[in-house]
Design a binder for this molecule. Sequence first.
Ligand SMILES: Cc1cc2nc3c(=O)[nH]c(=O)nc-3n(C[C@H](O)[C@H](O)[C@H](O)COP(=O)(O)OP(=O)(O)OC[C@H]3O[C@@H](n4cnc5c(N)ncnc54)[C@H](O)[C@@H]3O)c2cc1C
Length: 508
Amino acid sequence: MLLAKAGVDVHVFEKKPYVGGRTSTLELDGGFKFDLGPTFFLYTRVLEELYRTVGKEFRDEVEMVRLDPQYRLLFGAGGQIDATGDIERMSAEIAAISPEDKDGFARYMEENQDKLERFRPVLEKAFNSWLDLIDPAFLKALPMLRPTKSVDQDLQRYFSDERVRLAFTFQSKYLGMSPFRCPSLFTIVSHLEYAYGVWHPMGGCAAVSQNMAKVATELGAQIHLDEGVDELIFEGKRVVGIRTKTGEHRADAVVMNADFAHAMTNLVPDKKRKRWTDKKLDKKKYSCSTYMLYLGLDKKYDTQHHTIYIPEQYAEVMEDIEDRQVLSDHPAVYVQNPGVTDPSMAPEGKSALYVLVPVTHQSENVDWSVQRTAYREKVLDVVETVFGMEDIRDHIVAEKIVTPDDWSAVYHVHKGATFNLAHGLDQMLHLRPRNRFDEIPGMYLVGGGTHPGSGLPVIYEGARITSKLLTKDLGVSFDWTVPEPAPASVPATNPKPADGTRGYDEVA
Ligand SMILES: Cc1cc2nc3c(=O)[nH]c(=O)nc-3n(C[C@H](O)[C@H](O)[C@H](O)COP(=O)(O)OP(=O)(O)OC[C@H]3O[C@@H](n4cnc5c(N)ncnc54)[C@H](O)[C@@H]3O)c2cc1C
């Protein structure tokens, strides 16, 4: 979208017969529709800006519904929280399970808003070398980084009850990391949810990918589906094009969106790389993976849109995933039931249930050919007993299982690490693969493997960073100033919430 708007002749070559990658739709017989991957849409501000940059209003293009409560948290240790950005209601939810933590929420929100404001310039710029670390924006944000603290340690400043902390730390899993290890910078992720909302794009998250493809096409980009890149064409060190089933396609620049480590090991000869050789990639830290059940049910369940179960043994579960790399006996199960918000996801009187369990990325300790069905039983036991769906097994009429092996083999995700390279400080900023890929002249990166990192809003920001670098290198002048929003375009489904939480108006 951005490059086409800037006047660049853009051709997108996509291996699958549909757009969106992990942000696409999975359909099962009987009219059941699922998000394949992402289900939480956060911080729409970035998309708002990208759309406005190309002369569109995101809100006019995709219908977005803000969820309130944004999700229900069920604690294995007892109690539950219906999470909401409304300070008063959320403080009451917290007080119900831990009275002494009641006032922590308002303080957490205030301090993290400040943290976000300070860190935003860092997330919005390219990190081309370690010299960028002495940039004023980064130095200003540095004290907030608390580099030696984890998300969980930082949250102890606000909340004494472990369950309450978990309500604000489990989001580290979006980055594929344990909150006990994830750098404290990322307390801003849960803040983004509370301050700017958790949104559901009507039709599922793929509606956003599909709309971006439509807009890009309108702007002149050509999208070639079912036409994967088989080979990169090099002249000396420089990449000068790609080869697909229809032949050679020469270009002034190649932007790579495929999963970084997968593409490096499959498309770029090892001898052309120094920092990211196969051997070095093997030593990098990767995010967790996910075990998925997509269930079509001939019964309507009215559970929350998002429900997350956090077992009492959560710290142990994180160690199972990251350190021992084994399957946990206490799965932390997340269930999405989008039909309660969006009738297009399941036929009348039925439910399309998305069940996700964070698990280790591919490891020799887990044989998924055995666990594919064995783990299903364990996970369904949790859904039955904890989520109050005792009869679920009797109502499954369509089903698909996706394991880390499938993420790797079918969706081309290295080690099945669905959230890409981990986000420890040793693999961030200039230490992450760079947007202007310095190993290969002519190559640029987008997606979760480059700066700023994984997760949709961040990935969209990364696309803007890369587009700015690329237009500059191509000598294409483009005004990147984001135009003011068009006030008349706010659709009725997205008013500013009356309860004082932030709506589209503030985000815009
Ligand atoms: C189960 C799950 C749940 C998630 N939940 C959330 C969430 O709630 N919120 C959130 O923000 N994030 C979430 N994520 C993370 C999010 O999905 C990813 O960070 C993001 O989608 C990755 O985008 P990407 O562009 O890097 O990769 P992808 O979306 O995988 O895109 C890469 C594209 O490259 C294509 N490709 C690969 N090889 C080739 C080739 N040789 N030639 C041509 N094309 C090729 C692929 O087909 C694909 O379309 C989730 C991920 C998963 C798997």
